[in-house]
Design a protein around this ligand. Structure first.
Ligand code: CTP
Length: 393
């Protein structure tokens, strides 16, 4: 699948730049077309002549002094099917996150409309610095795939997180991005438990961790879908996923309502009721016992199903506490295409756990029980099902 694809390797100035020569060779051996754009500091670690010789194409090292083009960055960005910033230093991540165009690599990335991946490489302290964490979060929410880094020996002799993934791993990740059977499919996933404010300190919520929803979004993105994750969870964003953080059912309904999607997977545990009035100041013990007056929240799933242009596949989740019968009835009454039911009382399954034991309920009411397995695996199997449904309708 990599044959004939155009990969633009964007090299920034870290020691790991020497690995780019190996990566370029692997891509070319598998039939990809490869071009290279390099920052001035990357040239201290890797020769432009080396890359020109391996790729058989001139290397862009300067925005203004290019013999081949008056606008090398926009021309290369337009040419590429994928841009991989490899290695991506802390400084380059910062430039990319801030939309700068001050060097050949950041200018090219800013001009690119194709998928972008970055393979960070830096010292652990720099990787863990809050500024870098912020930049990585920004890039992820812009839909950039972040490949690694891993833990291991670093350039200065230290060991820790920040080592660039090896060329063969970058190669497989590139391969996966191109295989992407769901390219062009727009997906929205909801995740986590909503919080409904009682006062500025307290809220009504539930035990949902968001793990299942994040796994569903990760798998969608891995298969190339244009994925938006609307989440109440604090879990990290999966690579290549656009993230929208929300708190309440109302926020979630607003966010989901603004997203056009071909597939909607509603994994979130949405509160059914919220306090009628969220108090402006903290309720005090001295105020005495109170009744909490509740009102219904917005039905996020219901609003998606009622749209004029309803997504082609809508998947609901139902957390139940005994048997799937209620979930089967719920699937029918709600009119979802698939319902994933889980009994949250089964030990080792459900909320907070990395595993889940679910039953799949199809449109006609046919039920298929899956064994207890990692949530990541449930997400894979669920996407196998959804992919089949997309083919059918
Ligand atoms: N859901 C939603 N908005 C709500 C409530 C639920 O989008 N306000 C979605 C959930 O994300 C899930 C599905 O609806 O995909 C089923 O959620 P559940 O809470 O089991 O449904 P309810 O209709 O609230 O059923 P119950 O009577 O069991 O509370």
């Amino acid at each position: 699948m990599i044959g004939g694809r155009r990969v633009l390797l964007a090299v920034t100035g870290g020691v790991a730049a020497f690995k780019v020569a190996t990566l370029a060779r692997m891509l070319i051996e598998h039939g990809a077309e490869v071009r290279t754009v390099m920052t001035a500091s990357s040239l201290r670690f890797l020769g432009a002549n080396t890359m020109a010789a391996i790729t058989g194409r001139p290397v862009i090292t300067d925005l203004f002094d290019s013999p081949d083009s008056v606008s090398p960055h926009t021309e290369a960005a337009e040419w590429a099917d994928l841009v991989v910033v490899v290695p991506a230093t802390a400084a380059s991540l910062s430039r990319l996150a801030h939309g700068q165009a001050s060097d050949p690599v950041s200018a090219t990335v800013l001009a690119a409309t194709c998928p972008i991946a970055v393979a960070p490489a830096m010292h652990t302290a720099m990787w863990e610095h809050p500024a870098t964490r912020r930049n990585v979060t920004t890039l992820r929410s812009d839909g950039v795939a972040v490949l690694g880094p891993v833990s291991g020996r670093l350039a200065g002799g230290d060991t820790g997180a920040g080592r660039m993934v090896e060329p063969d791993q970058v190669f497989s990740m590139i391969q996966a991005m191109f295989e992407a059977p769901l390219r062009g499919v727009r997906v929205v996933v909801t995740a986590g438990g909503t919080r409904e404010a009682i006062d500025p300190v307290r809220f009504l919520s539930n035990h949902s961790s968001g793990k299942m929803g994040h796994a569903v979004a990760a798998e969608a993105a891995r298969r190339g879908a244009e994925t938006t994750l609307v989440t109440c969870s604090r879990l990290e964003s999966p690579p290549g996923v656009k993230r929208v953080d929300v708190v309440s059912a109302h926020d979630m309904a607003e966010a989901v309502g603004s997203i056009e999607a071909d597939v909607a997977v509603m994994t979130a545990a949405v509160a059914d009721f919220r306090p009628k009035t969220a108090q402006a100041s903290k309720l005090a013990r001295g105020d005495g016992l109170r009744m909490l007056e509740l009102e219904a929240t917005r039905d996020v799933l219901g609003e998606v199903l009622a749209r004029e242009r309803r997504p082609r596949v809508v998947v609901g989740f139902a957390a139940e506490t005994g048997g799937v019968e209620r979930a089967v009835r719920k699937a029918k009454s709600k009119g979802v295409d698939l319902m994933v039911a889980n009994d949250v009382t089964i030990p080792g399954s459900g909320f907070e756990s990395d595993n889940n034991q679910v039953a799949l309920i199809r449109r006609g009411g046919e039920t298929e029980s899956w064994p207890l397995q990692p949530k990541v695996r449930v997400a894979e199997r669920l996407w196998d099902e959804i992919a089949l449904m997309l083919e059918e309708n």
